[in-house]
Design a protein. Structure first.
Length: 473
């Protein structure tokens, strides 16, 4: 039987790197696309030469990882890097079936007869298709021959292997679904917002802005959906087939010891329907008929696959519980629920939990977010810094509490207990009301939920830059 020849592999590598021969850089198809807000962060990480690490780009399916890589390549070229010193390889191409990463690097080097690969950028996309990729990449990093990037759609597999084998050699970068801020920008709806200074915004048409917020909740997490009327008309088919089904059945759940895909699917469907609700291992086990240890395994996989985010509970003193018997589970993207169970409107019964999920999805890069619950009280969002409560928020899709702020007794009591009375960090969201109320000495700031979601979505990209640069120090 014939084997794939060296010439065939070299031709494929040349095909995947058209900027070696063409003027200008990447294909026009990618160049005309608007860049994700995380491009600056990604570029800074990969080009940071003080620390010898590979960057592993991971995130949910269909959020634009490959497009981000192409935009990164264009920025390298625009900054003066020799295009021949940039090599992109998609490992899923059958021609690389019997190749190791070292083999591919050797073929690339041979194409140009490079004496060395100093100042080269080598990118392995869909790297999960190569067995033991993390071992090969670790060797390449240790050899210090070039700057390396690995990316792939099987987020759970990448995350697991990166953590096991790449400690000190890999920097993991999470590319989330679109933030609401990005959604507005990509939709060309910036006209709805005036930036006064920093993160201070004035929405010109709040009714239209809220309509876009509902669009975001229904289909806004994925870049392709923004530009496709077909996807918008039936987001369920697109998200189920291209995102959910592939993650739950194809993206290597077996590495987490998961054999029963139907059982995993059933649990995920239940979680998606109840996104933002408090659950317990006991309740999940009883309702699904699944052992608690198995539930833990499933949750670990779903979180590693970036489908859900678990938020832990603190008590009224802001202290974590020794046993995390209760917690909240959020979808990382509200449009997943809409894909499974249908779109929501402003008056839909699930709108409250969808708004909370949308706002939380802007903040999943932050590690110190909790919710508080105690006998007789609950606060939706609590921010901790060095184990001290720094802010607390209630997420509502209602104007009721703006008109009757005294009903926010749990928020008021919690704020007073932690001396947040007049600090400007006690918030509650509304549909379309804004202003401040002082109740029992506590100043509460009210803002429309859509504006808060937009603000956090904008600040998330800057936080992402700071967080990842700190990981290199």
């Amino acid at each position: 039987m014939k084997k794939i020849t060296t010439d065939e592999i070299a031709r494929r590598i040349r095909y995947e790197n058209p900027w070696w021969d063409a003027q200008g850089g990447i294909d026009e198809y990618f160049r005309k696309m608007t860049s994700r807000a995380y491009l600056d962060s990604f570029y800074s990480l990969v080009t940071q030469k003080d620390v010898n690490r590979a960057v592993v780009l991971m995130g949910p399916r269909r959020v634009g990882k490959t497009v981000l890589i192409y935009h990164f390549i264009q920025r390298l070229i625009d900054s003066g890097v020799d295009p021949r010193r940039i090599c992109y390889v998609s490992i899923e191409a059958p021609v690389y079936t019997d190749c190791s990463l070292e083999d591919i690097v050797g073929y690339y080097r041979g194409i140009f007869n490079f004496d060395n690969l100093k100042d080269c950028y080598i990118i392995f996309d869909e790297v999960q298709y190569l067995k033991d990729w993390e071992i090969h990449l670790k060797r390449l990093v240790d050899d210090r021959i070039a700057r390396f990037v690995a990316s792939g759609s099987a987020a759970a597999a990448l995350r697991r292997k990166s953590m096991e084998s790449g400690a000190g050699r890999f920097t993991d970068v999470y590319l989330p679904p679109l933030t609401f801020h990005e959604f507005i920008r990509l939709r060309g709806k910036d006209v709805l917002v005036d930036i006064e200074s920093g993160y201070n915004y004035k929405v010109n048409d709040l009714a239209a802005f809220n309509d876009e917020f509902i669009n975001y909740i229904n289909f806004g997490g994925y870049p392709e959906a923004i530009f496709s009327e077909d996807i918008q008309s039936d987001p369920g088919r697109y998200i189920r087939s291209d995102v959910i089904d592939k993650v739950l059945s194809r993206d290597l759940p077996s590495i987490y010891g998961i054999a029963d895909i139907i059982e995993l699917n059933r649990l995920f469907t239940s979680i998606a329907y109840n996104t933002g609700n408090e659950v317990s291992l006991d309740a999940l086990s009883q309702s699904a008929g699944i052992a608690k240890n198995t539930i833990k395994k499933y949750l670990a996989y779903l979180e590693a696959a970036f489908l859900v985010k678990i938020i832990h509970r603190v008590d009224q003193s802001g202290k974590r519980f020794l046993k995390a018997n209760f917690f909240k589970v959020y979808l990382t993207n509200p449009s997943i629920r809409c894909a499974l169970f249908g779109p929501v409107s402003a008056d839909h019964e699930a709108m409250g939990s969808m708004v909370e999920t949308a706002i939380m999805s802007q903040l999943f890069n932050y590690s110190d977010i909790y919710y508080a619950r105690w006998d007789g009280g609950e606060v939706d969002m609590v921010f901790l810094e060095n184990s001290h409560v720094t802010a607390c928020h209630e997420i509502k899709w209602s104007n009721r509490y703006f008109d009757q702020p005294g009903e926010l007794q749990s928020l008021i009591k919690f704020a007073k207990r932690h001396d947040l009375n007049d600090t400007g960090v006690v918030f509650s969201t509304t549909i379309d009301k804004e202003g401040e109320r002082i109740i029992d000495g506590v100043r509460i700031r009210f803002d429309p939920a859509s504006q808060i979601c937009y603000w956090w979505g904008d600040s998330a990209a800057d936080y992402h830059i700071d967080l990842n640069m700190q990981s290199l120090s």
